[in-house]
Design a protein around this ligand. Structure first.
Ligand code: IPM
Ligand code: MG
Length: 355
């Protein structure tokens, strides 16, 4: 088949990890006889620098016309420390999510057998942990209006809004994933305090009977934060609102040993997008030291969830696992052993796929 892909490397380490994921994608396409057509576009701080807009209309057009979007990372410290900046790179990411209707962010958390000892948690706690966080991605406090500051600058406010429709569609998506797995769905909210969470819980209780073969349980987000660390194996599919999902997935990534290992898929109304869960890691930009695995595994998710090409995705996973077993890893997980460069890890994985 022909794969039309929009490639958005973004900021910081984005371009260097994207190069590895693209090389892997090309190798897989060659191996399985697919045509790959890709086009690059600007997003984030680099887009502000070039055209003054973090998500230019041309980038949106390209995304809309493509079969899938591969996205690297967004963010630049020169904006982080300037609370008065009028345009921010992150606005580009948020607009991209909103305009593409990407309401469901799928973040799988799986441990790699060869890295179990690198997790800060005890091996017996994390061994075999395998769950998916489904984060609502286009609602909640990230998008709620009004948002801003009082005129004297001494008061700031955000608004958290969720509609029934937004909650229902993400819950149905979560049930779909749970149905294909171990049939357990954990709905995470703060229904003891927050009104939007109470609506989430009410709607989840209404929907649950439609999925009688799936066990639904509820956790408050503070308790969930604790359980993810204390007993990660108790989760199968976890679904939650935008901000809680942002926080819990960074926490969950620790289980695997590095934030640099977790890919994600964002799906919804238009073209699906595949991106690592980590940020732009500006301190490492241009140094060829960042871990490319989350980006490469995002390409695997693209084959699997975006194109339903399961063997292609499986081969990428096999190659990534083999690279870890062979100790071909970047410094974040090398721990005493030799640390390889971003490009060396990528090349090893490409060579494995070509074999
Ligand atoms: C993520 C990131 C983004 C978010 C930032 C970069 C805006 O942390 O994808 O998790 O908060 O959603
Ligand atoms: Mg985040």
């Amino acid at each position: 088949m022909t794969l039309h892909i929009a490639v958005l490397p973004g900021d910081g380490i984005g371009p260097e990890i994207m190069k590895q994921a693209l090389d892997v994608t090309k190798a897989v396409c060659e191996k399985f006889g697919h045509q790959l057509e890709f086009e690059e576009a600007l997003v984030g701080a680099c887009a502000i620098d070039a055209v003054g807009d973090p998500y230019p209309p041309e980038t949106h057009e390209l995304c809309m016309q493509s079969d899938a979007v591969l996205f690297g990372a967004i963010g630049d410290p020169k904006y982080d420390n300037d609370p008065n900046a009028k345009v921010r790179p992150e606005q580009g990411l948020l607009r991209m999510r909103k305009q593409l209707g990407l309401y469901g962010n799928i973040r799988p958390v799986v441990t790699f057998p060869s890295l179990i000892h690198k997790s800060p948690l005890r091996a017996e706690l994390v061994e075999g942990a395998d769950f998916i966080c489904i984060r609502e991605l286009t609602g909640g406090m990230y998008f709620g209006r009004p948002q801003g500051r009082s005129e004297d600058g001494n008061t700031a406010y955000d608004t958290c809004i969720y509609t029934r429709e937004e909650i229902e569609r993400i819950l149905h998506l979560a049930y779909k994933f749970a149905g294909q797995r171990r049939k357990k769905l954990t709905v995470v909210d703060k229904a003891n305090v927050i009104a939007t969470s109470r609506l989430w819980r009410q709607i989840a209780q209404e929907i649950a009977p439609q999925y009688p073969d799936i066990e639904t349980d509820f956790l408050f987000v503070d308790n969930a934060a604790m359980r993810i660390i204390q007993w990660p194996k108790s989760f199968d599919v976890l679904v939650t609102e935008n901000l809680f999902g942002d926080i819990l997935t960074d926490e969950a990534s620790v289980i695997t040993g590095s934030l640099g290992l977790l890919p994600s898929a964002s799906i919804g109304l238009h073209t699906s997008l595949f991106e690592p869960i980590h940020g732009s890691y500006p301190q490492a930009a241009g140094k060829d030291i960042a871990n490319p695995v989350a980006m490469i595994l995002s390409a695997a998710l693209m084959f699997e969830l975006g194109f339903n090409l399961m063997r292609e995705g499986a081969l990428i996973r096999e190659a990534v696992n083999a690279s870890m077993e062979a100790g071909i890893v970047t410094e974040d997980i090398a721990e005493g052993g030799k640390a390889y460069k971003t490009s060396e890890v990528g090349k090893w994985i490409v060579d494995y796929i070509r074999k």
